[in-house]
Write a protein that binds this ligand. Sequence first.
Ligand SMILES: Cc1cc2nc3c(=O)[nH]c(=O)nc-3n(C[C@H](O)[C@H](O)[C@H](O)COP(=O)(O)OP(=O)(O)OC[C@H]3O[C@@H](n4cnc5c(N)ncnc54)[C@H](O)[C@@H]3O)c2cc1C
Length: 426
Amino acid sequence: MSQQAVSPVLSANTDVSFNVKEAAVVIIGAGAAGLMCAAQVAAAGREVLVLDHANKPGKKILMSGGGRCNFTNYYVEPNRYLSHNPHFCKSALSQYTQWDFIALVDKHAIPYHEKKDGQLFCDNKASDILNMLLAECETSGARIQLSTAVDGIESLPAGGFLIQTSKAGQEGADAVAIKAQQLVIATGGPSIPTLGATGFGYKVARQFGLDVYEPVAALVPFTLTSELKTLSSALSGNACQVSVSCNGQSFMDDMLFTHRGLSGPTMLQISSYWQPGDALSIDLLPGLDAAEQLRADQHQNPKQQLKTWLGHLLSQKISEQWLPFMGFQPEASLASLNGKQMDAIAMALHQWQVKPAGTEGYRTAEVALGGVNTDELSSKTMQCKRVAGLYFIGEVMDVTGHLGGFNFQWAWSSAWAAAQHLAQQG
Ligand SMILES: Cc1cc2nc3c(=O)[nH]c(=O)nc-3n(C[C@H](O)[C@H](O)[C@H](O)COP(=O)(O)OP(=O)(O)OC[C@H]3O[C@@H](n4cnc5c(N)ncnc54)[C@H](O)[C@@H]3O)c2cc1C
């Protein structure tokens, strides 16, 4: 295979000297996991070709963390991941830890900071992380071919795979068949289709007879209807710290009211545990005993209006909208409240029951729950148990992290685990 000196990124079929018919390892998907895997396998001396239908690599990396990429977390633990097999992620996460990725970031002298709760973000731009991965690919000699659609994959009787490609958007045009000894699927999940996300990986898995858990949008805002939507819309842009619980899970962080419903980190986190029809239990004053506080303040400040009292604890705007919505008198003085009323207010504040109509779906979801059943894969190598030479890495499989850098760490760790095995297959 010919090598290109300047950049590892090639546009499909624009370089006449680059007419690949064979590559030892083909990786489909030039995202977080695909690029990480490519650099590691090529560094071990194997010939690697990465294919992507998008015109640029790593688009989700560039969008991530509000443009600053929350690339890992100091506190990566298996219990920060959802999967039908909660043990599956352990091996890869211990083979390549957050400290290993931080060392790589340090090697490239990328400045970063901890925002909160161990979440590490670039000081500058998410492109620092993408450029780091591209530089690693370039140094190791991994090749990246963009704007390339994969029209079909077949396994060859003598082992290996034949990957039928064409120029993206033009099926059959400039078709090139690529023979690979090993094939890695790193095409991620279907969230944010405008960034090139597809369910391609699930299709490949099913083609090879593998079980796939139906993907569901996760780390996604909730939508509301009727009066709840009117309330959230009136409060759109306002945020407060809450604790939210659903199906035995709780998260404490900010909640943001939007024109269509509820968002913010707490809502994104709990969305991974929410099922249609479930109510969320929202504690608007976490860490405070509202009933006790009301009684104490009734003595201290009997003339204070209820809306002012709550305004100091939440925000004036939220207090003024939320109290009448819940059927309480905002103008009532604290002195006028009896014990039963104070208990009712406190209970409503600590256990506000909200039944979302749904979620915003893949349009805005950060990830998808579900994916390739991990029972089909080796947890040490990510290779399919039933199809030798076929690997799945990153978000395409049924491992989904909490918000906070855990999903990228899964991409790095699963990619690294697969790369160690691929490196020995030459
Ligand atoms: C807006 C947003 C913000 C996020 N922020 C964070 C964050 O700060 N921290 C964090 O940990 N996680 C974050 N995530 C999640 C994180 O981006 C993903 O978990 C991660 O990118 C998954 O890596 P991956 O390599 O498996 O897939 P991806 O990075 O999505 O890469 C998949 C690649 O496959 C390509 N592809 C797809 N289909 C095909 C096909 N049919 N043919 C060829 N190529 C194909 C795509 O073009 C893409 O380049 C965010 C996600 C979004 C959407």
